[in-house]
Design a protein around this ligand. Structure first.
Ligand code: ADP
Ligand code: MG
Length: 251
């Protein structure tokens, strides 16, 4: 179970969640994507329209609806989703006064943890609040999409602080799965410099595969499909296939 987290918005978390999940599902293994972001972009990106969402992550986390009830098929073979529901925006505040507020996702997913899915990917919201903490507490490892920009390393240090607090407290076995550089543009000197700095700090925890900036990747969500379906041959889609292969080779 991987939490895809970075408190900064717009760095490629959702894009990575949707397309890595699709690439992993393409190996024939059953994959579950949990949309933990009230914006629900992963749900929309997999064709689960806002109006058709019904019960999802909120119902599971706050109302205690069983995971089995809120899991549904996506349009992609072997890929299931627990969509974000309309009420999820309130969850961050409501969780504060809820019992076992940091472990609710872990507890909700416990019944489906062993057996049904080979991979569970959790798309976290752009904050270090209770929803993301729930993702980190439930997960075996955290995958960090990182956009190569000036403050990237400072933001990463803050995220690692939260990861360490979760490791010291509620989830000692939480590992750093890796950092994946997103929207990479090799013609941009700053981008190249930041990538080198990140590799200098995180060494082999940074995936060799870098996701290039690619317009096809940004077009796909408006069609409600992963870029792997929208244009399988484009550079962005192929990068997510490579990332999945690199990740599977690591294990
Ligand atoms: P986050 O979930 O971290 O907020 P998103 O995955 O939603 O970030 O990405 C932010 C925006 O950048 C979206 O509009 C998305 O389509 C676009 N985007 C993400 N990755 C790429 C890429 N490799 N090339 C071009 N656009 C991208
Ligand atoms: Mg997102």
């Amino acid at each position: 179970m991987l939490a895809i987290a970075n408190q900064k918005g717009g760095v490629g978390k959702t894009t990575t969640a949707v397309n890595l999940a699709t690439a992993l599902a393409a190996t024939g293994e059953p994959v579950l994507l949990v949309d933990l972001d009230p914006q629900g972009n992963a749900s929309t990106g997999l064709g689960v329209d806002r109006a058709a969402r019904g019960q999802g992550t909120y119902a599971m986390l706050i109302d205690g609806v069983p995971a089995e009830t809120v899991i549904r098929a996506s349009g992609i073979p072997h890929l299931s989703i627990i969509p974000s529901d309309a009420d999820l925006a309130g969850a961050e505040v409501e969780l504060v006064s809820t019992p076992s507020r940091e472990t609710r996702l872990r507890n909700s997913l416990a019944p489906i943890r062993n057996g049904r899915f080979a991979f569970v990917l959790v798309d976290c919201p752009p904050s270090l609040g209770l929803l993301t903490v729930n993702g980190l507490v439930a997960a075996d490892a955290v995958l960090v999409p990182l956009q190569c920009e000036f403050y990237a390393l400072a933001g990463l240090a803050q995220l690692m602080g939260t990861v360490e607090r979760v490791q010291r407290g509620l989830n000692p076995r939480l590992a750093l799965q890796g950092v994946v550089l997103t929207m990479y543009d090799g013609r941009n000197n700053l981008c190249e410099q930041v990538a080198a700095d990140v590799r200098g700090h995180f060494h082999d925890k940074v995936y060799k595969t870098m996701i290039p900036r690619n317009v096809r990747v940004s077009e796909a969500p408006s069609h409600g499909v992963p870029v792997l379906v929208y244009d399988q041959r484009c550079a962005g889609a192929q990068a997510y296939v490579s990332l999945a292969a690199e990740m599977l080779g690591d294990e």
